[in-house]
Design a protein around this ligand. Structure first.
Ligand SMILES: [Zn+2]
Length: 248
């Protein structure tokens, strides 16, 4: 008997409702739009939840916060249409700013109890050289919210959601921007959609910056596919919910 027998790596293709939690408006798509497009095509309902307002990286600094926020949302909606995202939600914490970790976790608990995903995507909080606090906090709060969804003594930010919640099964979590992937998704068939979605994020990338990003994604997608039977991949670490606490 191996630990994988007891805590099998979840089959992401068996998920029907997928909540993708991201620190900033473009992280889900930069990291995982290829696999998420594939999952949407296979019939899964995809929801995005963005932790911060993402205002710090907007290239045009002459925009008011309201105009910048509208531009960010326009980009996200356009990208979401390409990927097949069903609905988007925002927490609105200040990008690269001060906010409370437990408030963030309460909000993630609310959306998990409200949307009842059977799989959650999030950045890997344990990436060796992650220097961005938004990514670390979002990844950790998402992992805790997945673990604690059924423990309703741990309150979410919405008592009405907690009161109405009936425990549901979560297969696990898929961590992107990850150090030790245990799954390389074949995204050869959805590469064009991925690049199309990423190109929507004009508010945060000028033309040369976007070209560099696409070049980087192009190289990475091929690099992670070495030794695989396909040309382009996205690396993720897929964990059974219990493996978030006792190890994989
Ligand atoms: Zn980010």
């Amino acid at each position: 008997m191996t630990i994988e027998t007891i805590l099998p790596i979840p089959d992401i293709f068996s998920a029907k409702r997928i909540l993708c939690i991201q620190p900033h408006y473009d992280d889900n798509d930069i990291a995982a739009a290829g696999i998420l497009t594939q999952l949407a095509k296979n019939g899964a309902e995809i929801f995005y939840l963005t932790a911060t307002d993402d205002l710090m990286g907007v290239v045009d600094t002459s925009l008011s916060d309201a105009d910048a926020a509208a531009t960010l949302k326009r980009d996200q909606v356009a990208a979401g249409k390409i990927v097949g995202v069903k609905e988007q939600f925002w927490c609105g914490y200040p990008d690269a700013g001060e906010y409370n970790y437990f408030d963030l976790r309460r909000d993630f608990l609310k959306y998990i109890r409200m949307l009842k995903p059977d799989l959650v995507f999030a950045p890997d909080a344990w990436l060796t050289y992650e220097g961005h606090q938004d990514h670390i906090q979002t990844g950790l709060a998402a992992a805790e919210a997945v673990m604690f969804a059924g423990l309703t003594k741990i309150a979410s930010s919405d008592p009405a959601v907690d009161a109405a919640y009936e425990e549901h099964d979560i297969l696990g979590i898929a961590l992107y921007f990850t150090r030790e992937p245990n799954y390389i998704a074949d995204i050869s068939a959805t590469w064009e959609e991925k690049i199309g979605a990423v190109r929507c994020y004009e508010a945060q990338f000028d033309a040369p910056g976007m070209d560099r990003l696409i070049m980087g994604l192009d190289a990475k997608s091929q690099q992670v596919s070495r030794g695989q039977s396909f040309a382009r991949g996205e690396p993720i670490t897929v964990l059974h919910t219990s493996a978030l606490h006792v190890g994989k």
